[in-house]
Design a protein around this ligand. Structure first.
Ligand code: 8GT
Length: 134
C-alpha cells in the first residue's frame, strides 16, 4: 500500500445484499477479466456520474442478474484500498425485489446461509459476521 494509493479519491460502489425471509443471501462470483476474477462478492458495481447510490444498485442488479430491486435499506459503509482501486462500499440490504436471478454476465451465483463459497473479496469478509447478527 503506497501513499499514492491512499491519497486517491475513493470510488463509490453500490453493493446489495438480497435477504430472503430465512436469512439466505445472494452472492455472485466475479467474472473472468475483472480484478479478483473468481472471488465471491455481493452483487453491485461503481456508481456512475449523475446517479444516486440506490439508482446504481438498481442498475447493476438489472444488468447483472435481471432483478428489479424494489426497496433497500442503507446498512453500512466500508472503505478499502486495493492495489487496483480505493473503494468506498455502500452496503444495502434488500428484502423486496422482483424476479429470479439470471446469470446475464456469465457469472456464477449462489444463495448462501452458511457462507461455504470462497474466496471472498477481502473488504467483504467482515460483513459476513455482521450479517449473522442481523
Ligand atoms: N460488487 C462488489 N464489489 C466489491 C465488494 N467488495 C469489494 O471490495 N468490492 C470492490 O468494489 C469494486 C466494484 O467494482 P466492479 O469492478 O465490480 O464494478 P463495475 O461492475 O462497475 O466495474 P466495471 O468498471 O468493469 O464496469 C471492485 O474494486 C471490488 O473489488 C462486494 O462485496 N461487491
Amino acid at each position: 500500500m503506497t501513499e499514492a494509493h491512499l491519497s486517491t479519491q475513493p470510488v463509490d460502489v453500490a453493493v446489495g445484499i438480497l435477504m430472503k425471509p430465512n436469512g439466505d443471501v445472494l452472492l455472485g462470483q466475479r467474472p473472468a477479466g475483472k480484478p479478483y476474477a473468481g472471488y465471491w462478492e455481493f452483487p453491485g458495481g461503481k456508481v456512475d456520474p449523475g446517479e444516486t447510490i440506490f439508482q446504481a444498485l438498481q442498475r447493476e442488479f438489472m444488468e447483472e442478474l435481471g432483478i428489479a430491486v424494489l426497496s433497500a435499506e442503507e446498512w453500512c459503509g466500508v472503505e478499502h484500498v486495493y492495489e487496483h482501486a480505493h473503494v468506498r462500499l455502500h452496503f444495502f440490504i434488500s428484502r423486496e425485489w422482483r424476479g429470479e436471478p439470471q446469470s446475464l454476465e456469465g457469472q456464477a451465483f449462489a444463495w448462501q446461509g452458511e457462507f461455504s463459497v470462497e474466496p471472498l473479496l477481502p473488504a467483504t469478509i467482515p460483513l459476513l459476521q455482521w450479517i449473522e447478527r442481523k
